[in-house]
Write a protein that binds this ligand. Sequence first.
Ligand SMILES: Cc1cc2nc3c(=O)[nH]c(=O)nc-3n(C[C@H](O)[C@H](O)[C@H](O)COP(=O)(O)OP(=O)(O)OC[C@H]3O[C@@H](n4cnc5c(N)ncnc54)[C@H](O)[C@@H]3O)c2cc1C
Length: 417
Amino acid sequence: MTSFDGDRSEPGEEDDEGLHPVRSGAAPWRPPAVELATLRLAGGTACDVLIVGGGITGAMTAEALTRQGLSVLVVDRAFPGHGSTAASTAMLLWEIDTPLVELADAYGFDKAVSVYRRSLAAVRELGALVAGLGIDCRHAPRPSLYLAEAGALPDSLAAEHAARQRAGLPGEALDRGALMARFGIDRPAALVAEGSAESDPVRLAQGLLRRAFERGARFVADEVVRYDSLPHGGAVALASGATIEAGTIVLATGYDMPDFVPSRLHRIVSTWCIATPPQAAGRLWRDRALIWEAADPYLYARFDAENRLLVGGEDEEIVDATEREARMPAKAARLVDRMRGLQPQLSFEIEAAWTAAFGETADGLPLIGPVPGAPNLLAAYGYGGNGITFSFLASRMIAAWVAGEPRAWFEDFAIDR
Ligand SMILES: Cc1cc2nc3c(=O)[nH]c(=O)nc-3n(C[C@H](O)[C@H](O)[C@H](O)COP(=O)(O)OP(=O)(O)OC[C@H]3O[C@@H](n4cnc5c(N)ncnc54)[C@H](O)[C@@H]3O)c2cc1C
């Protein structure tokens, strides 16, 4: 058996300087320890679908594919959920990093609206899935509050609000007075909208994996070191020397995108987060809204189920783990300053601080679909701040591909778009 919990680091997860290649410091997720039946491979085996990566993307995909009755193997070189999923603040926003007006400028209004509506539906369907499967992951619907930058014009969000209204998306515009009255925040404008949610990302991933394993999926604790495309599927070689053949291989390796997945849109950035101890209930802002800012670098914040304040952002294009870690104290201080400017009544003692890498794209949309030139390799990458919403969308699209039922709109997320 392989057991894993939210606190552990495993041998082999750290580099020469003792830093985890994906993240350092720990988010306050403490799921109960879980045991998975682990398949020890000697030689080779085969399955319908091999999923490489047991983070939230791999977990959602394994759940979807086992529900279709397929034989599924999940391989991960670390404990499932210990990659960027363990660092996530898990604000499940339907609003995309790229505003609707900007996405419409890039791809036309209809396509931009279609993407936004799919994102809204993904958050709703994920909530229904969690409820249907009875996963205890502190999942809850939340409104989002999208703030204009401090020095912006009072009508800076007016065009975005008008575009969303035209698209039939939820949301209400707040002027400075209304924002101050409802949330005690002094900014020129904001948009408040229903339809988003929050979760404990590690419990969510573990809960989904557990369902998949109950339906017969198997876990292989190993590292994929080589991929081969076959006429009727694909094959991987593992660090242990074993091999796995599959009808379809799903790449869900998080920030670690193999070189053969080409994308001119993809880049790796670093992000920083802090958590405070639980706040006194009387200090929380209204409706426990998920707050995020129209600023670069941006800031976002929410409360967890124990009323800890989670604040993140300050993203920079840094890939080196040592450099990322070295900036932690300055970034934590900056996150506190910025948050104190919004909600000075909160307590800003830092209980946890962590930093991690994640992949994002130039247009804010994920890369989901067949790897060009290798139709039996399906990949899901580049999620940005909407990671978990897009992971869910990816899992549904991958399930449709495997069932031989891709849709025309899948092209909106094509890796070579
Ligand atoms: C600090 C931070 C805050 C975030 N906040 C939010 C948020 O508020 N809302 C939101 O929606 N998203 C957020 N995101 C993004 C979101 O968390 C990620 O998009 C998501 O967790 C990615 O999940 P994943 O399963 O694709 O990758 P990961 O969780 O990184 O999992 C990939 C797995 O693949 C394994 N792996 C990699 N290569 C191999 C190999 N060769 N062989 C075997 N195994 C391999 C790794 O060990 C790992 O377990 C945040 C991200 C970070 C870093």
